[in-house]
Design a protein around this ligand. Structure first.
Ligand SMILES: C[S@@+](CC[C@H](N)C(=O)[O-])C[C@H]1O[C@@H](n2cnc3c(N)ncnc32)[C@H](O)[C@@H]1O
Length: 336
C-alpha cells in the first residue's frame, strides 16, 4: 500500500516531483520520437512528466487530461512555453477516447497514467486528503463532483463502510472502525479529518496503535478510492486507452498501491497473451497478443529516488507496446 497516503508532512508549497521520470522517458521515447507523434498524459497533474516529454521530443503533440481544475491551471502555466503543441482537457481518464475524438485524433503513440494523488492535493489542507491536518473531510480530486468523504462517512451503512475499509484499505479493523463511525455520527456529523483520524485511532487496539505508522492511513486511502471511484475508473480506462494506441505506440502506468497495480498487471497481461484455445492445432491470427510487455514484472524506483522523494517509495511501473492492431481489427484498416 502507498505508505505516504494521507501524510501531509511535505512543504505545502513544494512542487510535485515526477516519479521514475528518466525511466518513463526512456520507455516511451521510441514511440514518441516518430514524426507527428501524439502523447496522452491522462494524469497531467503539475505537468512534470509531460514537460520532460515535450522537451525531449520537439515535434511531439501533447493531450493533457486531469479531473482536477487546479492541477490543470498549474500545468497550463508550466507548459506555456509549449503552447502550440498542447491541448488540455478537464476530464476523467476513462474519457480519453472522447477527448481524442473531440480533437479529431484517431490514434496516439504514447499514454501515461501516473495514478494517485499529486503532492498539492495532499499538501493543501483544505483538499481534505491528509490525516495530519485538521480540515474539512473532502478528498475530491474533482471539486465539481458532489460526493465528498464526509458524505461517505456520514451516510453509508456500517456494512458498506466496513467493506470499503477492507477492500480499498486492506484494513484489519474495518468492522470496528465502521462501528465507531456509525456510533459517533448519531451524536454529530463527522466532517473533519482530525475527528475521523481520532475515531480510527480509538477503534484500534492499543498494542497495534504503537506500530506501523499512523493508524488512519488505511482508512484515508480507502475513503479516497471510494470518493474518487479510482479502481472502477481505472478498470474502464486501461482497455479504452490501449485501444487508441497505434501499432508501435507505448503505454506506461505508475501505481501506488497493490490494488491499482493488480488491475494494471491483469489488463496488460490479458492483451499480451495468445488466446488461441489450447486444443487448436494452429495459433488463431485474431487471438495473437496485441501488446508486448516492456517491463519485467513491476519496476520500482531506485533506493536513491525513494530516499529523496518518499512519495515515490510505493511506486510500481508497468509498460507495454502495441505490436499489432486490436483484436477484431486485424486485417482491417485502422484508419477510416
Ligand atoms: C500523481 S498526480 C500526476 C503528477 C504528474 N505526473 C506530474 O508529473 O506532475 C495524479 C494526477 O492525476 C489526476 N487524476 C487522478 N485520477 C484521475 C482520473 N480518473 N481522471 C483524470 N485525472 C485523474 C489527479 O487529479 C492528479 O492531478
Amino acid at each position: 500500500m502507498g505508505d505516504t497516503v494521507g501524510d501531509a508532512s511535505g512543504d505545502a508549497a513544494a512542487a510535485h516531483v515526477p516519479v521514475m521520470l528518466d525511466r518513463i522517458v526512456e520507455l516511451l521515447s521510441p514511440a514518441l520520437e516518430r514524426p507527428g507523434a501524439v502523447f496522452v498524459d491522462g494524469t497531467l497533474g503539475l505537468g512534470g512528466h509531460s514537460e520532460a516529454m515535450l522537451t525531449a521530443h520537439p515535434g511531439l503533440r501533447l493531450v493533457g487530461v486531469d479531473r482536477d481544475t487546479t492541477a490543470l491551471d498549474r500545468s497550463r502555466r508550466r507548459l506555456a512555453p509549449f503552447a502550440g503543441r498542447v491541448d488540455f482537457a478537464h476530464a476523467e481518464y476513462d474519457d480519453i477516447p472522447r477527448v481524442l475524438d473531440d480533437l479529431g485524433i484517431t490514434e496516439v503513440q504514447g499514454v501515461l497514467l501516473d495514478l494517485g494523488v499529486s503532492s498539492p492535493q495532499l499538501d493543501e489542507a483544505e483538499r481534505g486528503f491528509a490525516y495530519s491536518y485538521d480540515a474539512p473531510l473532502d478528498m475530491r480530486m474533482d471539486r465539481t463532483q458532489e460526493l465528498t468523504a464526509a458524505d461517505v462517512v456520514n451516510t453509508y451503512s456500517a456494512a458498506e463502510l466496513a467493506r470499503i475499509l477492507r477492500d480499498y484499505g486492506e484494513e484489519r479493523f474495518a468492522a470496528r472502525i465502521a462501528h465507531t463511525i456509525v456510533r459517533e455520527r448519531i451524536r454529530h456529523r463527522i466532517d473533519s479529518t482530525r475527528l475521523l483520524a481520532d475515531l480510527v485511532r480509538e477503534s484500534i487496539p492499543a498494542a497495534t496503535r504503537r506500530t506501523g505508522g499512523n493508524p488512519a492511513k488505511r482508512t484515508f486511502q480507502a475513503l479516497r478510492i471510494e470518493v474518487n471511484a479510482e479502481l472502477a475508473i481505472l478498470e474502464r480506462t486501461l482497455p479504452a486507452a490501449i485501444g487508441r494506441l497505434a501499432v508501435g505506440g507505448r503505454i506506461a502506468v505508475l501505481s501506488y498501491h497493490s490494488l491499482e497495480d493488480r488491475l494494471t498487471k491483469r489488463a496488460l497481461a490479458a492483451l499480451a497473451t495468445d488466446t488461441t484455445p489450447p486444443d487448436l492445432p494452429v495459433p488463431l491470427p485474431d487471438a495473437q497478443p496485441e501488446l508486448r510487455l516492456l517491463t519485467r514484472g513491476a519496476e520500482q524506483p531506485s533506493a536513491d529516488e525513494s530516499e529523496g522523494n518518499p512519495r515515490a517509495a510505493s511506486a510500481r511501473l508497468r509498460a507495454a507496446e502495441r505490436v499489432r492492431a486490436a483484436r477484431g481489427r486485424v486485417g482491417r484498416r485502422t484508419h477510416p
